[in-house]
Design a protein around this ligand. Structure first.
Ligand code: NI
Length: 180
């Protein structure tokens, strides 16, 4: 197990476009293994290679619903349906969240570590995560898509700025399902 350093917003690598992967080799496998380890150590549900400073079209997503943890190499969005609006966070922007609209359902094609193509359909949180990670591969951060700017996770205020009632609502941190 090897953990990699997650780059934070402000690092220029996060704003660069990642390159297509052509080598399906041991080095790529090690990168993917490290990305899974790093994602889990950081308590994220997804992580894209540029977040660890590698400008390759790779992201990983943990098992968040019924689907198994998966690595996506050279992912492409094939289709999207509907819309969901909700809180989103990013390991490269710790302590923050924002409200982002994403498709409710997506279909993605990618390659596995052997180079074999596969297609999957995801909805809800997983669809949100896939879109967030593919954005990373184009140098896009969710800040660019957030409506009303970003908010601090520890702020005990509602979105309209009013204070919460005593413990009736979940803390803001609980509202962010997609740290990715
Ligand atoms: Ni992210």
């Amino acid at each position: 197990m090897a953990l990699r350093k997650v780059l934070l917003e402000g690092d220029s690598s996060l704003r660069k476009k990642s390159r297509e992967v052509t080598d399906f080799d041991q080095r790529t496998q090690e990168l993917i293994d490290d990305m899974f380890d790093t994602m889990r150590a950081e308590d994220g549900i997804g992580l894209a290679a540029p977040q660890v400073g590698v400008l390759k079209r790779i992201f990983v997503m943990d098992a968040v619903e019924d689907n198994e943890a998966t690595a996506f190499i050279n992912p492409v969005l094939l289709d999207e349906k509907g819309e969901q609006t909700g809180a989103e966070g990013c390991l490269s922007l710790p302590g923050l969240y924002g409200i982002v609209s994403r498709p409710e359902e997506i279909r993605v094609r990618a390659q596995d570590i052997t180079g074999k193509e596969f297609e999957r359909t995801y909805s809800g949180l997983e669809a949100r995560c896939v879109c967030h990670e593919i954005d990373h591969l184009y140098g896009i951060l969710y800040r660019d898509r957030a409506t009303g700017g970003l908010h601090k996770l520890d702020a005990e205020e509602d979105e309209d700025g009013s204070r919460e009632d005593s413990g009736k609502k979940e803390p803001a941190a609980k509202r962010v399902d997609a740290n990715a």
